[in-house]
Design a protein around this ligand. Sequence first.
Ligand code: IMP
Ligand code: MG
Length: 207
Amino acid sequence: MWISLISYPESGMSGSHGNYTHSVNFSTRMSTNPITGADDMVLLTNCELQSRVKELAQQINFDYRDKGEIVVIGVLKGAFMFFSDLVKHLTIDIVVDFIQVESYEGTESTGNVELRHQPTVNIRGKHVLLVEDILDTGITLSNVFVFLSLHDPASVRVVVLLDKPARRQAQVKADYTGFKIENRFVYGYGLDYKQRFRHLSEVRTIK
Ligand code: IMP
Ligand code: MG
């Protein structure tokens, strides 16, 4: 069975990468979860992730080539793996920082976003690049935007690894997107199910 699940959306501010769809052959993606042994599926292999992360970094390097020092802020916990792979490919001048917010219980967003850790770098007058694992309802990112704008940055742009456009509630768009995916709960590569599976090197989903 072939299902069009993943597309590479237009991204970046200085030109489009096109908008082509990559179909996933589900029969070749069946896999057992290495922790639980249950049947699940690999949605994005580590190889697919690495090559797209590198493309995103190259676009960011180009767009920020003459912007001076950039503050790159990872949204914990989900973005930790994407963040560390992305920054390895950045050739611009950056300082790194983190923000931690929580809104999920199990597989559902509670809608209440709680700030658990704030960045320690002063972002006043700085260009900020937020690095987030997944854009779902958009409630988390819209709250993070409000919080950061209180500190008067010169600009805030967002790079997300995954986007589930079908779920959007808040008016928020990413400037750079790795993969648009269907409305499925995913885990691995930083993303959790009830805090588990973050350390898996690929993005998985329940069969
Ligand atoms: P939003 O506020 O609904 O956009 O959700 C954003 C946050 O919820 C993300 O930063 C993730 O941490 C988490 N999240 C959303 N969808 C998923 C998923 O499919 N798997 C794991 N975490 C998710
Ligand atoms: Mg997150």
